[in-house]
Design a protein around this ligand. Structure first.
Ligand code: AMP
Length: 225
């Protein structure tokens, strides 16, 4: 895993969307820690059952198990790939664990990108989020609502929201994350690896800035060996 890109940001900052776009544009492998949790929960694995309690309270899951689950998953991937990882690391011990994992595989963290969004904006983005359980289309009641409230325009299904997206939980979650994640951002900043992006802007503008950073970063790689 020669190159790894990390995408940081509070919930609702657009990490998932941006990581997906980067993966498509540059042929990177996208790994989302939150998505891994949701898969575990869906399959009702032992880890998933344990994680549900924390996730539904808007809390981070315990470091040790989370790190083990995440690194086990990473170890199963083709390590020759270039990765874009979001949702991990979220604590300093997780940062240390992923760094030593990557170093042991003769790789390195190429860049960490931080999507910066004000907290009040995040509350609207998250608590307004609705997902169609049938087609997976994502709406937002504030920004891009369906024509008929709570109903998917594509297939008429009743929209759902993630159990951890309820407003009172969202505020708690944002506070928890800010406290635990900011030392991680600071850690990568002091290593001159962190680039901060103003992610209050439209998705396309944010995407274009990130793509430029990755393009430059990958271009600087040519002839590196
Ligand atoms: P996300 O989809 O990234 O917002 O993650 C959903 C939930 O999974 C979070 O609210 C946490 O409870 C849990 N989670 C995801 N990534 C981590 C992590 N690196 N460490 C601890 N908990 C996590």
């Amino acid at each position: 895993m020669k190159n790894t890109f990390l995408l940081f940001g509070l919930p609702g900052s657009g990490k998932g969307t941006q990581a997906q776009r980067l993966a498509e544009k540059f042929g990177l492998q996208h790994i989302s820690c939150g998505d891994l949790f949701r898969l575990h929960i869906k399959s009702n694995s032992e880890f998933g059952q344990k994680a549900t309690t924390y996730i539904s309270r808007g809390e981070l899951t315990p470091d040790k198990e989370t790190t083990m689950m995440f690194l086990e998953h990473l170890a199963q991937q083709a390590l020759s790939n270039t990765f874009v990882i979001e949702g991990f690391p979220r604590t300093l011990p997780q940062a240390a664990a992923i760094e030593s994992f990557i170093t042991a595989k003769d790789g390195y963290i190429k860049q960490a990108i931080f999507l910066d969004v004000e907290v009040e904006e995040l509350v609207k983005r998250i608590s307004g989020r609705r997902i169609c359980p049938i087609c997976g289309h994502i709406y937002n009641l504030y920004y891009f609502p369906p024509q008929q409230l709570e109903i998917c325009e594509i297939d008429g299904a009743l929209l759902e929201r993630r159990t951890d997206d309820k407003e009172q939980l969202v505020r708690h979650r944002l506070h928890t994350y800010l406290v635990t994640e900011s030392p991680v951002w600071e850690y990568f900043r002091t290593k001159s690896l962190l680039t901060k992006i103003d992610a209050m802007r439209p998705i396309e503008e944010v995407s274009s800035d990130i793509c430029q950073i990755l393009s430059d970063s990958l271009a600087s790689e040519v002839g590196y060996d």
